[in-house]
Design a protein around this ligand. Sequence first.
Ligand code: NAP
Length: 337
Amino acid sequence: MPVKVAVYGLGPIGMLIARKVLERKDLELVAAFETDPSKIGRDVGELIDIGERIGLIVTRDSEATEILRRSGSDVVLHATSSFLDKIYPQIVKCVEAGADLISTSETLANPWYRYPQLASEIDRMARENNVSIIGAGVNPGFVFDALPILMTLICTRIDCLRVTRSLDAGKRRFSFQKKYGLALSIDEFKRKMESGEITAHVGYGESVGLIANALRVNLTRIVEKQEPIVSEKPLKTQYFEIMPGRVAGVHGYGIGYVGGKELIRVELLAEAGREEFEEVIIEGEPLVKWRSTGIAGDTATAAVIINLIPKVLEARPGLLRITDIPLPSAFLTLKTD
Ligand SMILES: NC(=O)c1ccc[n+]([C@@H]2O[C@H](COP(=O)([O-])OP(=O)(O)OC[C@H]3O[C@@H](n4cnc5c(N)ncnc54)[C@H](OP(=O)(O)O)[C@@H]3O)[C@@H](O)[C@H]2O)c1
């Protein structure tokens, strides 16, 4: 029997997740929720542009609990927004329907870091209703946390762990380029970041906290910072023209200190035209150095969300982190024997 899946939020990431679900015979898409009036009432297949209607209509998220119950949804794949206080009512709807939830929400990846009270409340609610909830994706969920955590397995001593992600912001989806403030003036960027209108990357502290938890180290403090990268020449992406002196990208980091010593650093350079790579360096015994040629972020996020399905269905009830999943991986089939 295929696992019954609902998709909650059909922005670019939710749509990609829906497309990937429809490619698999072991998953059945049974519900899809949105708030955008231009998407509600449309056939999912038509909306996500797979060239055919699939007979499933996008419904209003206010009806989610009832539809999740009626459709027998086993798990909700959720991709609406980053901040836990905003998505809390959406989580409640899924929990009340008895469906597990896997979300791209960055702050849900380690909710005890930014929202300790809400995290405890969601954990209690999930346990009472026998459901499992997790936040993950490419980052947080992999690049700045699960990946370096796994690499520490081969170390007998760790003096400092650094992860760097360098990506070409100009190749990313519109919502990504917008939230990184591409083409804004420096003043506009600062104003919009302060007001929360744009966020750039969310999750530095969450990832640093996940690594520290895994290493069983008490950090003295976590510092997060993001600043604009100023364009030195005219640049053009699919969505923005960037004049010199305007925002070409963002440099951000999260650092975890023990006393005055930097133990963990996760650093992001997201800029139009930038070389793509991920790098993990662990200074210790032995020295570990690993470097990629760039991970396809959106596809990787959809993969992480879908690949967690069998692990989350098998997991204990409650609020989980990627570090609570025993060696996360892809699944080729749902068969267990
Ligand atoms: N962890 C990771 O690695 C990772 C990776 C990629 C993305 N993300 C996060 O995943 C989220 C989705 O990304 P995106 O680029 O697709 O974002 P997006 O462009 O903002 O799309 C979100 C969609 O969800 C809809 N929505 C908002 N509130 C809703 C609700 N209550 N019920 C149903 N639908 C709702 C939005 O509709 P409206 O337009 O009407 O608001 C929009 O269509 C973002 O928060 C992003 O930061 C995380």
